[in-house]
Each structure stands twice: as C-alpha cells, then as structure tokens.
Write a protein that binds this ligand. Structure first.
Ligand SMILES: C[S@@+](CC[C@H](N)C(=O)[O-])C[C@H]1O[C@@H](n2cnc3c(N)ncnc32)[C@H](O)[C@@H]1O
Length: 252
C-alpha cells in the first residue's frame, strides 16, 4: 500500500467499535480461565485499538491496565474514553510498538492480546513478551487459526499472502509448548464475534466508501480488498476462525 492507500485504510477503520473479531463474552470467558490470580492483577493489553476489551477487563479486575497501541488516533481516542469514564487511575494508554516493549519495567500478571498477536507473529509474540510476565503469570491471545484442512484455493491464496504463518490448532498448541508455556485452555470464538462488532459495522463503512471513491481506483483497491476479506469469511467461515488461547508461564 502507498501512503494514500494507508490513509484510506485508516479512514475505513476509523471509530469502529472493534478492530478484529471478539466479544465481551469471549473476553470474560478467557479471563475466567485464569485461576489463583492476585487480588489486584496488573494487565498489559497489547494492540488495544479502540479498547472494548480494555474496558471489559477493567470491569473484571481492580488492578491496573496498561493498554498499548502504535496508531496515534486509537491511542488518543482511547485516552479520551478512559478520561470520560473516570478510569484514568486504573487504565494507562501508551503509544508504543509491540515489537519494542522492553521499556516497560513492570512484570505483569496478565498479558492480553485480542486480535493483534498476528502482527508480530504468534510464536514471536509468545517468545518476546515472556520476560514481561511474572512467574505463574498468564497470557491470553486470540489468533486466527485454520479449523479445517484443505481450504479452497482462493481462501488459501488470500491467507498465504496475508498471513503465511497461520497455523491450525495443533500447530499453535505445539508453538505454545515450544515457547515454554502451559496450555490452560482454548476455545473458538463464535461466528457472531466476527459479525456483530466487526464485519457488520465495517461492511456498512465500506458501502459508504465505495460510493464516495467510485472514480478513484487507488482508493477502491483498498476498499475492495476489505470487502473481499469479508466475502471470504461469509463463504468459508467453517475453514478458519479466531481461537482464544490461554497459557501460563510456569518457569523462568
Ligand atoms: C486487529 S486490531 C485489534 C484491536 C483490538 N484489540 C480489538 O480487538 O479491537 C490490531 C491492533 O494492533 C495495532 N498495531 C498494529 N501494529 C502495531 C505495533 N507494531 N505495535 C502496537 N500496536 C500495533 C493496530 O493499531 C490495531 O489497533
């Protein structure tokens, strides 16, 4: 994507409720898998985006949440929302790069990554962020995963280009073990998690953008690519999905 197309991409994604599949119910389900947490656990929320899961987590704990994202608009908007909800003592929002989190001189009880670990790569994220976790700390990550073998060619081609490291469940469980975490649990996000707060509002936005940019080929390319991703899910949702993996660090 050139600079203009990156701008169109962010226009498409501006102020959507979520920036990836998810739901408050799934966030809570994943959180409840973590047992024997300290009374006030501190959480690092990586790739927080608009921050729905940040607020869901804040409603589940009394501890502090450090929410990081590298897109300044999401960071500023989330800071505003935190302020208006009166949660500035509980949630700190930082503009930071998930590839370079060494500056955080805290060890966290929980690392939370909804729909964002693919950016650094599942294996890389598990490895790089391990030192940021306390012993017996948990990491919860939702990750796009193949659910069925032999995907149709157009689907395989799309994800082989977009995310060639995408695994099936067994592959990710193996990675978790290789990275020295204990698998606590994992579950598939329901299809509604793709539609309600993500693809439905995104598709509405795309319809508006298609009209607005009808004679701008560069812009339309970005809009059509996003629509193509949605159409693929509509056709082939049984081949892939988001899995919430909940893992624990049991040794240093
Ligand atoms: C798919 S969205 C998920 C956002 C949010 N967790 C959600 O589920 O709505 C991925 C997020 O990662 C952020 N991101 C992308 N690259 C990043 C990086 N290098 N460091 C930190 N955040 C990044 C994006 O700005 C975006 O908010």
């Amino acid at each position: 994507m050139n600079d203009k197309q990156t701008e169109i991409f962010f226009q498409i994604h501006q102020s959507l409720p979520r920036e990836g599949p998810g739901s408050s119910e799934s966030t809570k389900n994943a959180f409840l898998k973590m047992i024997d947490l300290p009374q006030n656990p501190n959480i690092l929320d990586i790739g927080c985006g608009p921050g729905i899961q940040t607020f869901d987590l804040a409603s589940l704990i009394n501890g502090k949440i450090t929410a990081i994202d590298n897109h300044p608009v999401y960071v500023d908007e989330l800071k505003q929302k935190v302020f208006h909800k009166g949660l500035s003592d509980q949630i700190e929002v930082i503009n930071a790069d998930m590839f370079a989190l060494d500056f955080l001189n805290t060890n966290f009880d929980i690392i939370w990554v909804e729909g964002a670990i693919y950016i650094i790569g599942f294996e890389n994220g598990l490895k790089q962020w391990r030192p940021l976790l306390k012993l017996e700390g948990y990491l919860a990550a939702s990750e796009i995963t193949w659910l069925k073998p032999y995907p149709p060619d157009e689907l395989k081609e799309f994800w082989n280009t977009g995310y060639p490291a995408m695994q099936n469940i067994e592959g990710n469980l193996q990675i978790i073990q290789n990275c020295k975490y204990k698998i606590i649990d994992y579950f598939v996000l329901p299809e509604s998690s793709w539609w309600n707060d993500y693809y439905n509002p995104l598709e509405k936005r795309l319809q508006i953008m298609q009209k607005h940019y009808h004679d701008d080929a560069e812009a339309l390319e970005v809009v059509n690519m996003a629509q193509f991703e949605i159409d693929l899910y509509r056709k082939y949702f049984d081949y892939y999905g988001y899995i919430f993996y909940i893992v624990q660090k049991l040794s240093n």
